[in-house]
Every structure is written in C-alpha cells, then in structure tokens.
Design a protein around this ligand. Structure first.
Ligand code: PLP
Length: 417
C-alpha cells in the first residue's frame, strides 16, 4: 500500500481504518466473508487495464490472449464446480446476473413467481422499486406461517393458478435447504422455467453441503463474494440451449467491457472451491451456524423455523427480548458485533424497524472460529440484548470481543496496510 499511502492520504487512511474495523469486529452479516489473499491479489492486478468486450476468442479488441486464458479458466472451473453445461462469468454482480436472465428470457409484463421479500427473497426477485418489480408481473410466494419453511404445495398451487413464465427460488434470508428437484417437478407441470439464485449458498453448494440446483434449473445465478469467498461479483450457469441468449444479454445487452481483474479473481475462487481446505471450511460454517442457533435457543431465543440447515439464522429478537431488530443491531454495533436487522416471516414491523436480526457464520468461520466460539458469541449477544442500554455490560462485551478477534486474525501474518 506504499503508493497509495504517499499519493492519497485520505483514501489510504479510510482503507486503513476499514482494515482495523474488519480486524476488530465480529462479523456476523450472513452475506459477508473475507476474500482469500489470492483473490485479493488477482483483483489488484494490472488486468484492470484491459478492454476485452466480447468473449474468449471472439473479442472486439486486440491483445486479449492472456485475458482469454483467464476467462476460459473461470468458465471451465465454474462449469466443473457446479456441473453446469454453460457458464457466463461476466456479470458484475448478483443483481446484474439476475437482470440478464430476466431480460433475456422474458418480455416486459410476463408473470414471475418469486419469493416474498419479507420471507427472505431478494430485491431482484420482484421488489417494486427494483427493475424486477417494475418490468414484470410478480406473483409472490411466502413461507408457511407455522413451519416458516418453503411451502411447496402452495408454490404448486400458485404456479397452476397463474401459469408464470419463470419461477425464481433462492433467498437472502432463508435458513433451510432449497429443494430444486421439487421445484423442477412443479415447473414441469406448468411449463414454467426455473431460476435458482444461489447467491448466499454458492460455497455450500460447491462443497457439496447443499444440494446442487444446477441439474434441475434452466438458470442458476449467483454472487461470488458470499459463502464462495471470491471477489465481489456474479455469474450465470445455464443449459446449453440458453447459452446464446444469456451471453448476448450480458454483452452487448447490459454490459460493456468485462472486469478482467475480477474475472481472474473468480477463476482463482473457483479453483480454491475445489480444495479440501475449502470443503472443510464450508462444513464448519454450517456447524457454526447450528451451534450459534442452538445456544441462542438454549438462552430462550426464538429462531425462525426452529433452526438452520445452512450458514445463517434469523432470530426473532422482539418476541425473545422485547427489542426491535433496529435497536438490537444498534446495540450490538456498540459492542463491535456486526449484524443486520431483518424482517421475519409475516413481520408486523416495517423493513426499517423489523422484529428480527439475521446472523451468519461464514466470516467468523473463515477467521478459524469453531463451535465453542459460536456458543460464547451467542452468550455475548444475549448479554447485550437482555439490557440494551446498559453501558457497562456493552463495554464488558466489547472487551470479550476484542479478546476473540485478537485470537483469530483474518489474514494471518499479512499486513494489509
Ligand atoms: C446478495 C444477493 C444478490 C445480489 O447480489 P449483489 O452482488 O449485491 O448485486 C442476489 N440474490 C440474492 C439471493 C442475494 O442474496
């Protein structure tokens, strides 16, 4: 960081402060993780200098021989990891991956059956302020009120009733397994195409700890920076028959030049996802989420759907401790425990207030923490939430957090600033 340190003190200082924040805080945001050092190196490389509109061997610019190597590696590795027929690794983010699928396969106004935001769906699955909600007719499905799990019978009922062109599955706040095989059978009955957005669970899927949706869905979209531990970006997998329409929509339909440095980082991440080390970490991520969930339950918290099968859980903090999600996350922030407020299914509070918080284990697992640390963190969370205005308690928790973060450095032995 010596060049930026001498050339731009303000940006340098902000980055250094962020390094410190990441080191000092317990990161429980379910969508966050720490990219590996190899991923960071690829992202910071001179590949950022290269224009490469088009696809490998079919570029609009000269001098693409090396970035072609990089993109071809990313494509082949993505296909191998997820057993996909075709991969497009150019989308800049999860949202742009979803946009490419919707814009390439649907006409404006077409019906899309998608998970209700309040039940865990994503903005790009039909929020009225998002392109998905603006340009398509969204039919929302919810989780079952009692079990708080996906209600496949109800999805089938809605699919038969509305005959949507596309069914979107996948979520930002759903702690249970998504059964793509069942969704496939629903879609087959109603001539509906299936898109599974595995943004959150891509790492678990790569490691084999969540069933792979790729054999069952026409389209699988994802981010690369959540459980997958790659750069902040996205990609699309699809059946061969849709390869052309997807590729054309990504470029030239929606994007210009691909971010070749980020594509290099994606190639690295897909390689790392095949290692035993990665697989072990994904298993530990699930074990850690379960340990966190079990300990919170033992302390009397209501965990939405009664637990978790994956890397995250939703906690109904209002019914458990009489605080809103907003108050809970603000109090935990003061103790250097980072979470986000989140709607719970059928929440009666607004998205700005909420009755719940969402907790995820990926980042802390990447730091090397295990079940005993998770149980300890559950107790620290409880200390804060049981008395959110008690400054002495919060200070005590902050000290315990500091002890933990010092024991589990993010990038061991490497200075990032
Ligand atoms: C995070 C997420 C996305 C969007 O990813 P961005 O890279 O932030 O655009 C899309 N879908 C789901 C289900 C997500 O959780």
């Amino acid at each position: 960081m010596s060049a930026i340190k001498s050339k731009d003190k303000k940006v340098y200082n902000a980055i250094r402060n962020e390094v410190k924040r990441q080191n000092d805080n317990l990161e429980l945001i379910a969508s966050e993780n720490y990219a590996t050092e190899a991923v960071l190196e690829a992202q910071g490389s001179v590949l950022t200098n290269k224009y490469a509109e088009g696809y490998p061997q079919k570029r609009w610019y000269g001098g693409c021989e090396h970035v072609d190597t990089v993109e071809s590696l990313a494509i082949e590795r993505a296909k191998k990891v997820y057993k996909a027929e075709h991969a497009n690794v150019q989308p800049h983010s999860g949202s742009s991956a979803n946009m490419a699928v919707l814009f390439s396969q649907l006409k404006f106004g077409d019906k899309v059956l998608a998970m209700n935001l309040a039940c865990g769906g994503h903005l790009t699955h039909g929020h009225p302020l998002n392109f998905s909600g603006k340009y398509f007719t969204i039919i929302p499905y919810s989780v079952d009120r009692k079990t708080e799990k996906l209600d496949y019978d109800n999805i089938l009922y809605l699919a038969k009733k509305h005959r949507p062109k596309l069914l979107i599955a996948g979520a930002s706040a759903y702690s249970r397994t998504i059964d793509a095989k069942k969704l496939r059978s629903i879609c087959d009955k109603t001539h509906t195409m299936l898109m599974v957005d595995m943004a959150h669970i891509a790492g678990l899927v790569a490691a084999g700890y969540h069933p792979n949706p790729t054999p069952y869905a026409e389209f699988v979209t994802s981010t690369t920076h959540k459980t997958l531990c790659g750069p902040r970006s996205g990609f699309i997998l699809c059946k061969n028959e849709f390869a052309k329409s997807i590729d054309y929509m990504v470029f030239p339909g929606l994007q210009g030049g691909p971010l070749m440095h980020i594509i290099a980082a994606k190639a690295v991440a897909f390689k790392e996802a095949q290692t035993d080390r990665f697989k072990k970490k994904q298993l530990q991520t699930i074990k850690n989420a379960k340990a966190l969930s079990d300990e919170l339950k033992r302390l009397g918290y209501r965990v939405v759907s009664g637990g978790t099968d994956n890397h995250m859980l939703l906690v109904d903090v209002f019914i458990s401790r009489g605080v809103t999600g907003k108050e809970a996350s603000a109090a935990l922030d003061k103790a250097r425990i980072t979470v986000n407020k989140n709607l719970i299914p059928y929440d009666t509070r607004s998205p700005f207030v909420t009755s719940g918080i969402r907790l995820g284990s990926p980042a802390l697992t990447t730091r090397g923490m295990k079940e005993s640390q998770m149980r300890k963190i559950a107790r620290l969370i409880d200390m804060v939430l049981s008395d959110i205005s008690n400054k002495k308690k919060i200070k005590e928790v902050r000290e315990a957090v500091s002890e933990l973060t010092k024991r589990f450095p993010i990038y061991k032995g490497r200075k990032l600033s």
